[in-house]
Design a protein around this ligand. Structure first.
Ligand SMILES: [Mg+2]
Length: 380
């Protein structure tokens, strides 16, 4: 069947963080972060099927949106979507010159995920089942990914305690200093893991020093489960391997752009935990293949999914399809209203129902209308 229409939507849902509002990367956004935005595509086929996908993300959405609207979505219109692999292969080969990473790949990621949604619906199965997962409903566990609180130890301790009290097995911080790290570690009981996402700030030497300090705090309730993206630049895989040798596990991969690059990262010994991102690195087609690669390399794959839209749901399906269970990253904020029934950021358990084909993404369109930032439809 051919692609008849592609709707491109940006929706920003207001949220509460229970602490001071900061951008995730200091200096990137100067105004407070008031709405959590999703850039979505909805593909409609000539026979009336519709599939949803999501592209990265947040404050960079205008770039991905322009790439979709002006270049990539029009290219997909009128093409046959049933042979997903060859369609995406053609698309990647047509657009790679505009970036094997960044807005071009984010746009292709959104469309790829939407096509997988349609494929699974045509098969009459939930996506996880199509990807080799079990029959029946699948329950997976969320982990709480905290907003950046700018080192505010009270807010960090309060929110860590709250997430632990709700039953989350792991709390991830987006802070950068030892007092902030320790505020979380001390606030959570020993059985709750604490991980540290620092978003690429340090040289290899600086990161090694932090990793040693963290190792020395192992006696405090088991210490820290991993240190995420400690160095600049994120693609310095040999540098990451050096940080790992200090004894604190290292995670990363949300800024890895392809399977080829992941293979190189695994060969270099860059990660203990790989974190591919479905809205960044090529959608379901690519992220599903990182899991077996990671297993072969003997490491955990715990995807990046600081999203609430179809990319979040697709990540849950990919996790649900794996032979071993893994946690689903969930932004620990409270939306004014949950935008669909598969996201509840304060519930540590998520169930994907077996009787919903595809992604099972049923958004609240009235809420989308209310919080719409932009909407474009590309038609045949
Ligand atoms: Mg991260």
């Amino acid at each position: 069947m051919t692609v008849k229409a592609i709707e491109i939507l940006r929706v920003g849902v207001p949220f509460e963080t229970y602490g001071p509002r900061q951008g995730m990367r200091p200096g990137l956004n100067t105004s407070p972060w008031l709405v959590n935005e999703s850039l979505m595509v909805r593909i409609e086929t000539a026979d009336g099927m519709e599939g949803w996908g999501e592209g990265f993300g947040h404050f960079g959405n205008p770039g991905t949106e322009a790439m979709l609207r002006d270049l990539i979505a029009p290219w997909f219109i009128g093409r046959d979507e049933t042979d997903l692999e060859s369609l995406m292969d053609d698309a990647h080969k047509s657009f790679f010159g505009f970036g094997r990473h960044g807005p071009c790949m984010y746009a292709l990621s959104a469309l790829d995920t939407a096509l997988w949604d349609i494929r699974a619906q045509r098969a009459g199965r939930p996506l996880y089942r199509l990807l080799g997962g079990p029959a029946g409903d699948v329950t997976i566990t969320r982990y709480a990914s905290l907003m950046r609180y700018g080192g505010d130890e009270d807010a960090i301790a309060r929110n860590t305690e709250r997430a632990a009290g709700l039953g989350f097995p792991m709390v991830k911080l987006h802070e950068r200093d030892m007092p902030a790290f320790m505020a979380a570690r001390e606030a959570a009981p020993e059985g709750v893991a604490i991980t540290l996402d620092v978003n690429c700030p340090w040289s290899v030497e600086e990161a090694c020093a932090v990793a040693r300090e963290l190792k020395a705090r192992e006696h405090v309730k088991g210490g820290f489960l991993w240190l995420e993206e400690p160095i600049w630049p994120p693609e310095d895989f040999d540098g990451l391997a050096r940080v790992r040798r200090e004894g604190t596990p290292v995670s990363g991969g949300e800024n890895v752009g392809s399977l080829t690059e992941f293979t190189r990262a695994f060969r270099s010994g860059a990660f203990d935990v790989a974190q591919p991102s479905v809205a960044k690195m090529g959608g379901v087609s690519t992220v599903k293949d990182v899991f077996p690669l990671g297993r072969d390399a003997g490491l955990r794959v715990v995807p990046h999914s600081f999203y609430w839209g179809p990319g979040y749901v697709a990540t849950a399906h990919i996790i649900a399809a794996q032979p071993q269970t893994e946690w689903l990253e969930t932004a620990f904020i409270e939306y004014e209203r949950n935008p669909h029934d598969l996201i509840d950021p304060v519930d540590p358990v998520m169930t994907l129902p077996a009787d919903r084909p595809g992604l099972g993404f049923n958004p609240d369109r009235a809420l989308f209308e209310r919080y719409s930032i932009s909407r474009t439809e590309i038609l045949l």
